[in-house]
Design a protein around this ligand. Structure first.
Ligand code: SF4
Length: 606
C-alpha cells in the first residue's frame, strides 16, 4: 500500500506541513512508502491576488465552496461564493454583467489535478490521506471526487480532527471519505495501512478510527493505543515540500521550517479552547529540539523556523531555559530565527533576555484580555500582571509581539468587565506601537467541544451563528449535522467594545513616555503625552522602593513587605498599602484584588 498525504488550501504555502511531514517520516520508518502532495502550492493562484482578510473568511476556500455548491445544484451558495470574490475585486465587473468569477475553477483543477495524479498507476493500491486542519476537508471533498474517478480502488482517509464528533460530521457530509482518524494520527494511520494490507486484526482494531460498514458509520473498538514518541529520533521529512517548490522554480530561501517541541497543553484549562482535543500532552527533550534544528539547517539551508506548539514552555521554565541555552550556542555558529507561542506564566527577566539571544525576535503569547475578571472567566492561568510583565520585558528585550489578541464576547461577560479593559488600557500606555505590540480584538469563536459551549444554555446557542464558511456550504449538506461539531461560531458583540476599540486607537495614535530621575535627594517622576509634560510627581521613599522591588518580578503583598523590610526593617504595612493605592491610581503600578500580583508598569531602576 502506498500512502499519498495531501496538503490542501488554505494551508500556508511558505512552510511545509508539520503534521504530514512527521506522518511521512513515521510511516517510512515503518516500511510504508509515503509521499506528500502539496496541493496548496500546485493549486495556488486559482483566485486572482488581492488583499486577503483572513480574520473573517478563508478566501482560498472560495473556489472549492463554489464547486461544492455547483455539484449540489445550489445556485444561491454558488452566488454567495462569487459575491465574496466580487466584494474584493469590484473593478473586474464594472458593468455588473460578468459576475461568475469562479466559473473557470473546474477547468483549472481538471488540468492541474490530472497532471499531478497521472504519476500514479490505477493498478497500485493507494491510500490517500487528507488533512482536515484549517478546513482542508473542503477542498479535500473536491480532491476526493477526482481521486475516486481516476483510481476506482483507492481509499481515502481524513485526519487532523480533534474529536470523534467532528470526524463523524465530516464523514456524514462527504460519502467519498472512507475512513476518519481523530486525535493523533501516527499509529492509527500505520495500523490502518496494515489492516488494509490484510496483516492484522482488521479495521475495528485500529485506534480512533471511523469507518463505513453496512451503510452506517462505525467506530473502531479502541480509543487509546500507542502514541508517537517525540524523542524517538524520527524527524519530520520535508523533502516533498522542497521538491515541489524546486520543480516549480520557486525560491526556497525564505521557507519557514516547522518545529515541534511539545504536544497537547499542560494547562488545558482555557474555556474557549479545543486545541489539545485528541492529543496526549508531552514534551520533547531539549537536545532533540536542537538536534532537529541542526539537521534541518544542514539539509535545507533556510534560517527561519516556527514552533507549532501552543506553548513552547509547557509550564516548565527550566526546560525552556535549557532549550534557549542550546539555541544561543548554536546561534553563535549559524544564522537562525524562530517564531513561537508561549504561555508566559512564571517568566523571569532572565528568560526574557535569553529569548532574543536565542533567535526569538517575534513571539505570540496568550494575552487574551486586559481584565483579570475576564481572564479568570476564560479559565486562563495568567492574569493582567503577567501580561504587563511580559509586554514590558519584551519591549526592553526588543521582542516583537505581533498579535496580542483581545477576546470579546465570552459567555458571562458583563459591562463591568469591558469597562475594566478600557481603564486597564492606560497601564500599558508606554508600550503601544503597531510594529512592536499590536492589539487585535477578536470575537470569541464558540467551539463545540469547549467548556464555554457546555456553559451556554441550549436556548442561547442560537445567538452564536456567525461563521462565513458554514453559510457558504449548500444547505442540503449541513442538514442534520451538529454545526458546532464542524465549525466554531461567534455571536453579536456588546457595543461597549466599540468604545473600547476607539480608546484603544487613541493609545495607538499617541505616544506616552516618562522619566524617573534623582534630583537633589528626591525621586522625580515625569510623564509626557506626545512629548509634552502632563504629570510630575515626587516619589516618596516607600513608593520608590515599591517600584524598585516590583520592577523585575511580580510580588504579592507579603513578599513585597519581606523585600522592603530587608532594606528597611521599619517599613509598615499601612504605609505600603497607601503607597500602592496611590501608585495604582496613577497607573504606575498594577495589582489585582487583595494586593496580589504587584508589578511596576514603568522600568524604574531607582
Ligand atoms: S488557550 Fe493555550 S494554554 Fe489555554 S488551554 Fe488552549 S492551548 Fe492550553
Amino acid at each position: 500500500m502506498k500512502v499519498i498525504l495531501n496538503c490542501l488550501p488554505p494551508a500556508r504555502t511558505d512552510t511545509p506541513s508539520a503534521a504530514l511531514s512527521i506522518l511521512k517520516a513515521h510511516l517510512t520508518t515503518n516500511g510504508v512508502e509515503t509521499l506528500v502532495i502539496y496541493w496548496n502550492i500546485l493549486l495556488d493562484g486559482i483566485l486572482p491576488s488581492f488583499e486577503r482578510n483572513t480574520d473573517t473568511i478563508h478566501f482560498d476556500l472560495l473556489p472549492y465552496l463554489y464547486l461544492i455548491a455547483e455539484e449540489h445544484g445550489d445556485d444561491i451558495a454558488r452566488s454567495r461564493a462569487n459575491a465574496y470574490v466580487k466584494a474584493e475585486l469590484p473593478e473586474r465587473d464594472v458593468l455588473n454583467d460578468s459576475s461568475d468569477y469562479l466559473g473557470g475553477t473546474r477547468r483549472v483543477l481538471d488540468k492541474r489535478i490530472a497532471r499531478e495524479l497521472s504519476r500514479y498507476s490505477p493498478d497500485e493500491p493507494l491510500l490517500f490521506g487528507i488533512s482536515c486542519r484549517y478546513e482542508q476537508w473542503i477542498p479535500g471533498m473536491v480532491l476526493a471526487g477526482y481521486v475516486k474517478r481516476l483510481f476506482t480502488d483507492a481509499r481515502i482517509v481524513i485526519g487532523g480532527l480533534g474529536s470523534r464528533d467532528r470526524a463523524a460530521a465530516v464523514m456524514k457530509m462527504c460519502g467519498l471519505f472512507d475512513y476518519a482518524i481523530w486525535g493523533e494520527g501516527e499509529y492509527p494511520l500505520l495500523e490502518l495501512v496494515r489492516a488494509l494490507d490484510g496483516g492484522n486484526a482488521g479495521l475495528a482494531a485500529v485506534p480512533r478510527l471511523l469507518f463505513r460498514e453496512g451503510g452506517t458509520l462505525r467506530n473502531s473498538d479502541t480509543e487509546t493505543g500507542r502514541f508517537f514518541d517525540m524523542n524517538s529520533g524520527v524527524f519530520a521529512d520535508h523533502d516533498d515540500y522542497f521538491s515541489c517548490l524546486e520543480a516549480l522554480g520557486k525560491d526556497t530561501s525564505a521557507v519557514i521550517l516547522p518545529l515541534e517541541s511539545t504536544r497537547g497543553c499542560t494547562w488545558n484549562a482555557c474555556r474557549f479552547c479545543v486545541y489539545s482535543d485528541g492529543m496526549r500532552t508531552r514534551k520533547r527533550e531539549p537536545s532533540r529540539v536542537t538536534e532537529e534544528v541542526r539537521r534541518l539547517l544542514d539539509r535545507h539551508h533556510t534560517p527561519y523556523f516556527a514552533f507549532m506548539d501552543n506553548d513552547i514552555v509547557a509550564n516548565d521554565p527550566e526546560r525552556l531555559e535549557s532549550v534557549l541555552d542550546d539555541l544561543i550556542s548554536l546561534r553563535e555558529q549559524r544564522e537562525i530565527n524562530f517564531i513561537a507561542e508561549v504561555i508566559h506564566k512564571g517568566f523571569t527577566k532572565r528568560i526574557m533576555e535569553k529569548l532574543p539571544r536565542a533567535g526569538f525576535g517575534r513571539i505570540h503569547f496568550g494575552y487574551e484580555s486586559l481584565s483579570d475578571s475576564l481572564l479568570a472567566k476564560m479559565g486562563k492561568k495568567t492574569n493582567f500582571s503577567d501580561n504587563i510583565f511580559f509586554v514590558k520585558f519584551a519591549r526592553k528585550s526588543g521582542i516583537k509581539l505581533p498579535s496580542a489578541n483581545i477576546i470579546r464576547g465570552i459567555p458571562s461577560e458583563e459591562d463591568v468587565d469591558i469597562l475594566a479593559c478600557m481603564d486597564n488600557l492606560h497601564f500599558l500606555r508606554f508600550y503601544y506601537d503597531n510594529e512592536f505590540f499590536r492589539h487585535t480584538i477578536i470575537p470569541l469563536r464558540l467551539a463545540g467541544h469547549s467548556r464555554f459551549h457546555d456553559m451556554v444554555p441550549a436556548d442561547e446557542l442560537g445567538r452564536f451563528n456567525e461563521n462565513e464558511i458554514f453559510r457558504l456550504l449548500p444547505g442540503v449538506m449541513t442538514e442534520g449535522i451538529d454545526r458546532f461539531a464542524l465549525f466554531d461560531f461567534s455571536a453579536p458583540h456588546n457595543t461597549l467594545w466599540n468604545a473600547f476599540a476607539k480608546i484603544n486607537d487613541f493609545y495607538y495614535n499617541h505616544t506616552y513616555s516618562y522619566t524617573v530621575r534623582r534630583e537633589e535627594g528626591d525621586v522625580i517622576y515625569r510623564e509626557f503625552f506626545d512629548g509634552a509634560p502632563v504629570l510630575e510627581l515626587v516619589l516618596g521613599d516607600v513608593a520608590s522602593a515599591i517600584l524598585r522591588e516590583t520592577n523585575e518580578r511580580i510580588l504579592d503583598l507579603r513578599d513585597l513587605l519581606t523585600s522592603l523590610r530587608e532594606r528597611d526593617p521599619q517599613t509598615d504595612e499601612t504605609s505600603v498599602r497607601a503607597a500602592l493605592d496611590a501608585l495604582k491610581a496613577r497607573h504606575l503600578v498594577y495589582f489585582g484584588e487583595t494586593y496580589g500580583s504587584i508589578i511596576s508598569v514603568i522600568d524604574a531602576d531607582i
